[in-house]
Design a protein around this ligand. Structure first.
Ligand SMILES: C[S@@+](CC[C@H](N)C(=O)[O-])C[C@H]1O[C@@H](n2cnc3c(N)ncnc32)[C@H](O)[C@@H]1O
Ligand code: SF4
Length: 351
């Protein structure tokens, strides 16, 4: 097992261990993580959310998603992050979770605003839900609309309920904003003390679905260089906690660079040359990245990839498609790239 500098021995990389990668896979795989925006619809409207600003007349249905997931698996994807919009507004979400558990060998997580009814909770648990991520974004600040507070308090309650029901992997996702920067560590400590993982990410304040129409977020939410000192304190504390065995999901390197890259949003996912994640939108289009539909969405749909030649073309086209991007710092994207780096290191040790 590698040491912490190789980043896979510590408990925080447990999800990685679940990938079940064999040395043979390693020699063939490139992209091993995927994200799906199951829907762009949502029952809330968080101030900082760009996803819901794009809506489609037609979204994929259950059977199409099953097919899309089978294609993703056939391409070598081992882990799927199920997001939206709000995935739990879909009446068939439980059935999709059951399908992934029973018909694929992929691991997954589902991220939700936790505002769904008990009947949906039962459906998810009965389907064998393994990994649930609750958004716990806002606990204080000036502009906490009711929706945001609702999402955080529902998230915490939901984690406890799912723990009681035996769901094994439970995590809170915290978006650091100018509003909650003073109390994020209280939330991390609360999560850790209760046996829940923390994923954490600075607010992504730029970029919309179109490069040319970059929308800069409201200053009451976005982080600026004035927040760098507070971000450094958060970063140091998180690393300290992680080293002491706390349930902190992002890699140490990600946390270390968060004060600078997380404020400036100039980390580039494309420096590695291949997409860190395969991202499929609610209409089946393949996206440039988690933030932007971009040129890729006009060229490729997940169903094109039942033909492996189309997947190869996407791999080639992607780097040019994203070349204009000034960057971001989503923890999910970074972690995906880190996992590829880990694969490289592991492969080097094995061969
Ligand atoms: C887009 S939401 C979709 C799932 C679900 N509706 C929810 O809110 O958890 C996925 C995660 O992205 C986070 N998020 C939304 N907008 C963001 C932004 N501008 N920067 C960073 N994270 C953001 C949300 O708080 C949530 O934890
Ligand atoms: S709950 Fe999730 S999808 Fe809905 S508006 Fe908030 S961040 Fe966006």
């Amino acid at each position: 097992m590698l040491t912490d500098s190789g980043n896979i021995s510590i408990a925080a990389d447990k999800l990685w261990e679940m990938f079940k990668i064999t040395p043979d896979d390693l020699s063939k795989l490139k992209v091993i993580e995927g994200s799906v925006y199951l829907t762009r619809k949502c029952n809330l409207s968080c101030q900082y959310c760009k996803i819901i600003k794009t809506q489609f007349d037609l979204e994929l249905g259950l059977e199409e998603w099953k097919e899309a997931l089978m294609i993703m698996e056939s391409l070598g994807i081992r882990f799927v992050n199920i997001a939206g919009g709000e995935p739990t507004v879909l009446p068939w979400i439980g059935e999709l979770i059951r399908f992934i558990n029973e018909e694929t060998s992929m691991e997954y997580s589902i991220v939700s605003n936790s505002t769904f009814k008990d009947s949906r909770l039962d459906e998810l648990v009965n389907a064998g839900l393994k990994t649930y991520v609750a958004s716990i974004d806002v606990l204080g600040g000036e502009d906490n609309g009711l929706g945001h507070l609702k999402k955080s308090s529902s998230g915490i309650k939901m984690l406890h309920r799912l723990k009681e029901k035996g769901v094994p992997n439970l995590c809170g996702n915290i978006v650091i904003t100018a509003c909650n920067i003073d109390n994020v560590m209280d939330v991390v400590e609360y999560l850790n003390d209760n046996g829940f993982w923390t994923n954490i990410c600075p607010i992504i304040w730029g970029k919309g679905d179109k490069w040319e129409k970059t929308e800069i977020m409201d200053n009451s939410y976005r982080l600026t260089e004035a927040h760098e000192e507070k971000m450094s304190l958060i970063s140091e504390r998180l690393i300290q906690m992680k080293k002491a065995g706390a349930l902190i999901l992002p890699t140490e390197e990600y946390l270390r660079n968060m004060p600078s890259l997380g404020v400036r949003l100039n980390w580039k996912c494309f420096n590695g040359g291949i997409p860190p994640r395969l991202i499929v939108d609610a209409d089946g289009a393949v996206m440039d990245c988690i933030n932007v539909r971009g040129k890729t969405s006009k060229q490729f749909n997940i169903f094109d990839f039942s033909n492996k030649a189309a997947y190869k073309e996407y791999m080639k086209a992607w780097k040019d498609n994203v070349a204009e991007c000034s960057g971001c710092y989503w923890s999910t994207m970074y972690t995906a790239k880190e996992r590829q780096k880990m694969l490289g290191q592991m492969k080097a040790k094995l061969y």
